[in-house]
Write a protein that binds this ligand. Sequence first.
Ligand code: ADP
Ligand code: MG
Length: 822
Amino acid sequence: MAVAKGPDNAEKAEAQAAALSVAAGDAAGAGSAVAAAGAVNAVVRAAPVVLDAAAVKKMLPQGLLTPLRDIKVIGARRAEALLELGLRSVGQLIAHLPMRHEAEFAESPIGELIEGAVCSARGEVTLVKFSGGPKSRLNVAMVDGSGRLDLVFFNQPYLRQRIHPGMRLVVQGKTSRYGHGLQMSNPKWTAIAMAPVGYEVAGGGEPDKRDDRLRPVYPACEAIASGDVEKAVRAVLDAALTLVDDHLDEAYRTKRELPTLATAYRMMHVPGSDQEVVSARRRLAYDELLLLQLAIAMKRSERAAIFQAVPLPCTVAINKHIRDRFPFTLTADQDSVLREVVGDFAKAVPANRLIQGDVGSGKTAVALYAMLLAAAHRHQSVLMAPTEILAEQHFKSITRLLAGSKIRVALLTGSLSPAEKAGIVTGLAEGWVDMVIGTHAVLTQRVAFKSLAVAVIDEQHRFGVHQRAILRDKGISVSAPGVQMLLGDERAQDAGAAGGKPVKWVPPTTPHTLVMTATPIPRTLAMTLFGDLDVSVIRHLPPGRKPVATRVVSRAVSDEVYAFVRTRVNAGEQAFVVVPMIDAAGAAIDDEDDGLGFGEVAEKSPTDAAVASVSAARTWASVQSVRARLAEPGSPLAGVRLGVVHGRMSSEDREVVMDKFRAHELDVLLATTVIEVGVDVPNATVMVIEDADRFGLAQLHQLRGRVGRGGKASACVLIADPITPLGVERLAVMRSTGDGFKLAEKDFELRGFGDVLGIRQSGMPPFKVADLNRDMELLLMARRDAGAWIQASPKLEKPGEAVVRRRMLKSHGLWLGLADVG
Ligand code: ADP
Ligand code: MG
């Protein structure tokens, strides 16, 4: 068995030497296992070089940790260049995988080239002819002893300076008939270096004729090209592979038709066929997914073993009592989600459930049900919202629903007076406040609960990294990019980092936690990043909703838009007008007052950054400018009752305006994105968004979700003259669908998962090989395997599991807060 070292293990260099010959034999054996699995080699390779232990020891004295600069064949210069790619040691070099492979075909004499096939040939350039113009072409004739091949390069005028008669070239491309001979258009080409007259070049100046092969293409940088990376890899590969330890044993691999790790690396760096690349990829992708799934499974099992929750069984009477409070019948989707929630909450293990549902799907009712379940058992609950406006609104609607009950509800936000705050804080500590609704002020204050049993986090995608840390301190166990963080383990690490000895802190009980989000999470991600959360989905909106008609118009016709708003106002309906800025000075779009790193930060994309200079020159519509425009005598909205809210107003002032708007004492509400989430005014039927291209897709969808909440037909008008490709695309998507799930898919496409879901913030290491879009099967397999493995060995401490455990903790221990890290 291969007992040699893994890339991350430096000890026992001697032991590895003894095992080397065996390890080499093992790797060769696995090759045939792959063949049996259907990955047949297309190329007969030379028999693997069998390196004896002494030779390996001499070349790699520190095993896989041997610094590249100590390896003569690589050389100091190239080692330094490799360092720029972050590659310091032999192990790291071997783990630096090609991005793709390019087929190179064996060369034949020109006279033997086959028409219509991709081939390679070499010869001497005899003729170069250039014709310019908008569609330039460069004709090159190349001959060898057997015939003439014509090359034609379109639209590459610069090649005139690089290809000259007398040069020798190797070319590859698809041949086609041309006159009496063959032609290649836009072939790949390389010049064969020739010795200047009077000099000699080692090896005779001409490289060997090429055989069929798959050339690995490595991530490279300015300092070092892919070809040089390849040379370095080749120099150490045979020796290094004898030292690669496999964390999966032979029986495990055979059952799943996986090659050994060493074989996978070999097939990646020096593939003998397409099949080998596929097989190698499969093994390496599986490894990545498996290590993640093992970590997640371990996290779950840890939580079940360590953390206790108050069981909150739901009786028939409690259920009826709670339902009677709602002015509507719950939808089938709400019911089915609640069944799952109730099932979770009955257990003494803290629930950790993500509820996803499009804007307006009725998540609040589910949250409230859960909170009332806590109240029914005389325990406390907390509802956290990302903005004050949303917290206030939840407070109002919940107080209204609970009017006449004995349940005491409190609102705790950053803008309460110290005395008011103190009162609520005392109430929570002493237990006479049953339910608290708040912003992160709930968290930053030193709030202690008497018996917190349920925590709900609304609009989780709006919470920042900072808030998660505070939640964690409250003993709230949530793991999601929005509101990650798990209790004691992290706290233990913090203590460790602060210099003290890590102490494992376990709260007496941990609340059941529900996380609400309007951002749908694809199944693959739900199983990876959110793997230790259970997921429920509300798919359908409550009955009676009319779809919101969406239009995109140019700024030039904004008067017509406001004339339309006027007709709706005259009909007794209300409208929102949203602008990106508070004033012309450009006070940020990001004007949310509770410091949550709203919107823009998360919405930025590389494409946007590239055109930032363009947009910097643009003036965006602001509260100030639009208010002035709408108040002009000739304006279609002159004389309507207009209210304004933005993030720089005091919370009382804002609340006064919001209340008036809800009570229909105002017709039009001009606002910044402070109204983005949660605001619920069913009589509002028009949403106008000025400079809509300034907002991200998720934001636009949230904003649009503010209308279409009553029974009346609603409209969303996006005013924009987009100047960036991304801006154009977003608006097109907005117009084409009102379905949040489809929209999110599109958003993922445009911006990538990482940005949309805050994955980059989550700390999860990115996959190098696995691709969630195409490795669903592997993911399912890894998940099943990991579940079974952890069930059989919850801590991975059985003999033979040391390597897998070490690799798993190294990749995922920290970000998942696994207790055993370090
Ligand atoms: P979101 O999922 O976006 O948080 P809300 O919980 O704010 O959605 O619900 C949106 C609107 O739908 C609210 O006005 C709410 O009262 C209403 N609603 C929720 N559930 C139902 C239902 N089962 N039947 C009718 N209306 C409902
Ligand atoms: Mg909501």
